[in-house]
Design a protein around this ligand. Structure first.
Ligand code: LLP
Length: 425
């Protein structure tokens, strides 16, 4: 069920009317529903109940401290891709011991920080990275737990910018090189080889590529076992998609169904080939935890009719929400107080000086200047990808909890944006 619905003719987040949020906090503002967040995480938690499994939320999707705190309280671990994200986990009260570190370019300083904080595991993506991590760990007189991110060469059938599991992508160790790379890792003095992981892409609507990737990981785990390299965990990555609501879109497979099928395969393999030995299963979901928990609330500044196109110029822009221009992503647009009357086709655009500054194209809307619009399903990869282009302060963020509204990030003040800069004098 959506937590954003029209009640008495006005769009609400749970039981809070969005115009009240615009009045108090201004626009553009990201509005999240705590209930939706709890429900989405709950779908993973329920499917993992009673199993040795850990859900490491991929916080690149949305790293607001309030969201991290709520998820940490529910028992979530975190998937991070920078030292900065680790500092956020700690600031939010998350457990570094449940944190895994992904990414192809970890720096020495990031490795040091992660070792100091004793994270659960480094997801290593190359041989040079193995050597660097070994050296850093040796210098600190520590051992680093590592998993190798294997690139299973599976077609995730998603947008090329967010497909990551093909040979042509920069990610992971090629499947055919994996055994060799594991041998190299096992031979390094300050590494403990504990896991295997993959992440084949994002916004996957069907789970068959994920299950295909799982089979490839299992094949490798068996081959490694024969060489005396026994793994403690298997991490299948994130990637499950959400319904953005475009006409004709296929709904994504529900979390419970996907996890059910995945655990079934793992159980069958363990019983048959793995002597029933335990193996922890790790997930790294991002989008499916947060996307439908949020909308971007924006106000129409002007309507600009044209010979070829009509534009609704709003106060949010590509700097607030990059997905449309970057991936040609389709995001739903919902008038907050729908009007009767004739609908016209509008492109919803921002004030930035780029033709790429659009949020939606060719949408039938009956709107007037001053109306509020909600850009739907904007909770994932919205605020985290925002920038300050055109010296625009980033949006405020609020979280609705029942009938309460919490400001979880203040609107950025433009003066703050240049406070770290200086002139030559
Ligand atoms: N694990 C790793 C190693 C990842 O690179 C990602 C996402 C995830 C987990 C989480 O994937 P998810 O469950 O969210 O699909 N900005 C793009 C999406 C980029 C995804 C990058 N990696 C977008 O807005 O569509």
């Amino acid at each position: 069920m959506s937590h954003f619905s029209i009640q008495n003719g006005v769009l609400h987040a749970d039981s809070v009317a969005l115009p009240a949020i615009a009045d108090t906090y201004g626009t553009p503002t990201y509005v999240y529903s705590k209930t939706a967040l709890m429900q989405n995480f709950g779908a993973y938690a329920d499917a993992c109940a009673g199993r040795d499994a850990l859900v490491c939320y991929a916080m690149k999707a949305n790293s607001n401290l309030a969201i991290l705190d709520l998820l940490a309280r529910e028992g979530a671990g975190f998937d991070i891709v920078s030292g900065g994200e680790l500092l956020r986990v700690i600031a939010a009260g998350g457990d570094p011991g449940k944190t895994i570190f992904s990414g192809v370019g970890k720096t020495v300083d990031e490795m040091k920080l992660a070792l100091e904080k004793n994270i659960l595991c480094f997801n290593v993506e190359s041989i040079p990275e193995l050597h660097r991590l070994n050296e850093v760990a040796a210098g600190m007189d520590k051992r680093a737990r590592v998993s190798l991110r294997v690139n299973p060469n599976v077609d995730a059938k998603t947008h090329p910018y967010i497909a990551t599991g093909l040979k042509a992508n920069k990610f992971g160790v090629a499947f055919d090189d994996a055994l060799e790379t594991y041998r190299a890792a096992a031979a390094l003095s300050h590494l403990d080889v504990v896991g295997i992981d993959c992440h084949i892409g994002s916004q996957l609507l069907d789970d068959s590529p994920l299950l295909e990737a799982l089979d490839k990981l299992i094949e490798l785990i068996d081959a490694l076992g024969k060489e005396g390299i026994d793994l403690h965990h298997l991490d299948i990555g994130g990637g499950l998609g959400v319904n953005y609501g475009a006409e004709g879109d296929k709904p994504p497979v529900p979390v419970g169904e996907y996890l059910g099928r995945l655990f079934k395969r793992i159980d069958a393999w363990r019983a048959d080939k793995y002597d029933g030995r335990p193996i922890k299963v790790i997930f790294e979901p991002g989008r499916s935890i947060v996307a439908d928990t949020g909308v971007l609330l924006t106000k129409i500044e002007f309507l600009k009719p044209g010979a070829e196109k009509n534009f609704a110029i709003v106060d949010a822009a590509m700097n607030d929400l990059m997905r449309p221009t970057l991936y040609q992503a389709w995001m739903g647009v919902q008038p907050v107080t729908p009007r009767a009357g004739e609908q016209l086709a509008y492109d919803v655009v921002g004030p930035i000086c780029e033709s790429g500054d659009w949020l939606a194209r060719e949408r039938a809307l009956a709107v007037e200047p001053g109306d509020l619009l909600a850009i739907m399903t904007a909770g994932a990869y919205g605020m985290t990808m925002a920038s300050n282009y055109n010296t625009r302060g980033r949006a405020a963020e609020v979280m609705v909890d029942g009938d309460q509204v919490h400001l979880i990030r203040q609107r950025e003040n433009p003066a703050d944006l240049f406070s770290l800069e200086s002139t030559l004098s």
